[in-house]
Design a protein around this ligand. Structure first.
Ligand code: APR
Length: 232
């Protein structure tokens, strides 16, 4: 069985990382247009770098939860049975990897990586980044940005994502509000291809009616239950 899973901020909510559009979400407290766009970075790099420095430190203090661990078990369990899991995440945290997932596709980039806008080098990075932090590759300063996809930029790995989506037997969206494209359009693509769809969320998302099945509650409860049933 080939399973395609799309995760969003909701799977990391119980690890203490904020979601975006819940009432206490990040975009309720910070203006994404001032912090998560190329124009914002151009206009005020210090402010943008400080925002991601804060998020990076929060992430380093966080741990994976039972939902992340269940997906790592699912990946191993499907492989043992000759199946496969394509885990596509909108999240820029590394909690899937820290929970044991071997293959994770970060379509919105990764908070623990920086990219040089001069030489394009992408480097793992856990410290703060400032405008005078030199690029580890070309040594220039004033050129490092988070390796994160901002609003108005193209998500990563889209060809591999669509290939995996269209050959899946089951599409599951976990902890995402289905508000941001292209990820929000995956369920419609799956349905058009005759693929079974399931939403696992705290409560039904805006595009809940597009899913054949829905399981609602905190991910740390619903995801392990769903994985155990699927592997049984
Ligand atoms: N368990 C399961 N789901 C939860 C939980 C929880 N404990 N807490 C919240 N959720 C659900 C919410 O119901 C909501 O559907 O997680 C979802 C969070 O939605 P968003 O905050 O919009 O996050 P996401 O869908 O990942 O946003 C997509 O938008 O800002 C961009 O790049 C950013 O990747 C992000 C993208």
């Amino acid at each position: 069985m080939k399973v395609f899973i799309l995760t969003g901020a909701g799977i990391s909510a119980e690890s203490g990382l904020g979601t975006f559009r819940d009432k206490e979400g990040l975009w309720a407290r910070f203006d994404p247009m001032k912090l998560a766009t190329p124009e914002a970075f151009e206009r005020d790099p210090e402010k943008v770098l400080a925002f991601y420095n804060m998020r990076r430190q929060n992430l380093l203090a966080a741990s994976p939860n039972a939902a992340h661990r269940a997906l790592a078990r699912l990946e191993a369990g499907l492989k043992e049975r000759g199946g496969s899991l394509f885990l596509c995440t909108q999240n820029i945290d590394d909690l899937h990897e820290r929970a044991g997932s071997q293959e994770v596709t970060h379509m919105h980039g990764e908070l623990l990586k920086v990219r040089c806008i001069a030489c394009e080098a992408v480097t793992s990075w856990q410290d703060d980044v400032d405008v005078d932090t030199p690029c580890p590759s070309c040594r220039r300063t004033g050129v490092l940005r988070p390796h994160v996809v901002w609003f108005g930029e193209m998500p990563l790995f889209m060809e591999a994502i669509y290939d995996a989506l269209l050959e899946a037997d089951l599409f599951v969206a976990i902890g995402t509000s289905g508000s941001v494209y292209p990820a929000a359009g995956f369920v419609a693509e799956a349905r058009a291809a005759g693929i079974r769809t399931c939403e696992i969320n705290l409560e039904p998302s805006d595009n809940a009616r597009l899913f054949d099945e829905g399981r609602f509650g905190p991910a740390s409860v619903t995801v392990p239950e769903w994985v155990e049933r699927l592997l049984a």
